[in-house]
Every structure is written in structure tokens, then in C-alpha cells.
Design a protein around this ligand. Sequence first.
Ligand code: DQA
Length: 150
Amino acid sequence: MNRVLLINGPNLNRLGKREPTVYGVETLESLEKKLDIFAKDQQVELHCYQSNHEGEIIDKIHLAADNYDGVIINPGAFTHYSYAILDAISSISTPVIEVHISNVHARESFRHVSVTAPATIGQIVGLGTYGYKLALLALIEKIRGSENNE
Ligand code: DQA
């Protein structure tokens, strides 16, 4: 079974309560449960993690190097300024996909830049929590495609 790690960064534990007009009403717990069911259907073992702390997120990314086949990350506001998270993603060869629930390009200009995205294989933006499901499908395609080419 392929193993995928989902990392949600700062303030995403407040999904459902936090600015619902921007991020929707679904809680992180409900999102993680739904994704887990979807992952199992796809024969993927999904581990979900959330942290408000940059160093903890970096430690998890490092852990993914040897323990996971793929990573989905929403770095929250760290997206826009954390060179440390960029370096952490660059330090592993595990494929990483970045997800943003809101359309960051239609918001404040500081959100238009992702310093972390260049180290990822791709970014999904503005499709609500559906973006996580799409990221999982894209990762599966990537992981299984590369396994078949081994
Ligand atoms: C976010 C967008 C970021 O700009 C913001 O700081 C977040 C959430 C999103 O999922 O839309 O915390 O990453």
C-alpha cells in the first residue's frame, strides 16, 4: 500500500470556524475523515497531521523522506514567506503537492506569492477542500506511474 502524508499548517485547525466565507464550513476533522475514506478506496494509507509551528512542520517533511511515497501540504501563511519550509521540501525526493483552499490570487497581494511551490511538483489553488482530493489523485498517478517505470 502506498503511504501519503497530509500536512496542514497554521490556523487550518480552525477550518469550519475560521472565515467561513473564505474557507467554507467544513471542519478539518471532517475533511480528514472523508479523505481517509477516499484514500482507503484508492488503496492508499493516509496519515493526517496539523501544526501551527514551523519547526514541527519541517520535522514532518524530513520524516516523509523515508517513510512516505508522497506528501500533500497546505503550509497556510508559511507559504508566503517560509524559506525554511521551501528548503525542507527541497531536501527530500518524495513528491509534494501544495494545496490552497482559497483562491490566493484573488486575495491580498502578499498571498499571490508562494515561496514553497517551486520545490513541489504542483499546486492546486482555489477549489475549496476538493483540492485535497485532487492532490491525492494526482499523487497516486505520480507514485504509481513512477513505480511502473522502475
Ligand atoms: C491558505 C491561504 C493562505 O494565504 C492562508 O494564510 C491560509 C490558508 C488556503 O488554504 O487558502 O492559512 O493556505
